[in-house]
Design a binder for this molecule. Structure first.
Ligand code: NAP
Length: 242
């Protein structure tokens, strides 16, 4: 049985990934900040009998990452998915105004935490069969795409920097951990209808459902090979320029 650990598994893409991996027969370690209040995840734990367990994880807290590692011990994990992420506050990250604290918080959650989690769980991945480390990144992390004025890229300077830093770290791990057999996926989920792109139930410009995106992401993770490890792709397998 494949064992998958997912951060930010209580809503949005993380929840869709947890549901689909469970439906596919995987054992899911679903990490979230507040398992007691994660109602949809609790329902999944009940419906996917014995396949899904929740673990508390605040990714910006090193102590919480250490607790996660203690809870897992030496358990083999096949796939670690760093999915948890934040947009940051739009008015704090414009070309005209950067708020330092807000910038650092966004970098901490989106870029630093996945690196610390990767390092904490490296031994678990090495004991797993698939040895796949995945980051849910964004095409906003591309430094070569000139975003049109019609997008909200002007209000995403910290978010864009955070995903570029995430890409840099994960790409480096794909090279430095290759000899250990660890494969690294950097995957852009597309423009997906979640809380990040608009309140739930509200009309959103995002065209892709979390379920469709998760299905594509799971296929891409399944397709990862040493030849594709470290490449920057979207959920449909299209290569994204760095
Ligand atoms: N939606 C899109 O169009 C889109 C596009 C490109 C990339 N992405 C990326 O996809 C990933 C998932 O996004 P989403 O659209 O599913 O967003 P979402 O619906 O806003 O969900 C974000 C998830 O991250 C968790 N999270 C945030 N900060 C955390 C922290 N400090 N510690 C632990 N968990 C934390 C949230 O938990 P709480 O409920 O506790 O806040 C939630 O589970 C993110 O990395 C995002 O950057 C999304």
């Amino acid at each position: 049985m494949t064992t998958v650990l997912i951060t930010g598994a209580n809503r949005g893409l993380g929840l869709a990934l947890a549901r689909q991996y469970a439906a596919n027969g995987a054992e899911v370690i679903a990490c979230c900040r507040d398992p007691e209040r994660a109602e949809e995840l609790k329902n999944l734990v009940v419906s996917a009998a014995n396949q899904v367990r929740t673990v508390q994880l605040e990714v910006s807290d090193e102590g919480s990452i250490a607790s996660l590692k203690r809870a897992l011990g030496d358990q083999p994990i096949d796939i670690v998915i760093n999915n948890a992420g934040i947009n940051g506050t739009p008015q704090d990250q414009t070309p005209e105004r950067i708020d330092p604290e807000s910038w650092l918080t966004t970098l901490r959650v989106n870029a630093l935490a996945p690196m610390l989690i990767a390092q904490a769980l490296r031994g678990n991945l090495l004991r797993g069969r698939e040895k796949k480390l995945v980051a849910i990144t964004s095409d906003f992390g591309s430094v070569s795409i000139d975003w049109p004025i019609t997008t909200n890229a002007r209000e995403r300077y910290a978010y864009r920097a955070s995903k570029a830093a995430l890409n840099s770290g994960m790409r480096a791990l794909s090279r430095d951990w290759a000899e250990d057999g660890i494969l690294v996926g950097l995957l852009n989920p597309g423009f997906v209808r979640t809380d990040m792109t608009g309140p739930r139930g509200a009309a959103s410009a995002a065209s892709i459902s979390a379920e469709d995106s998760a299905r594509g992401l799971i296929s891409r993770i399944g397709d990862l090979t040493p030849a594709t490890s470290g490449s920057f792709q979207d959920y449909q397998g299209k290569t994204i320029p760095w």
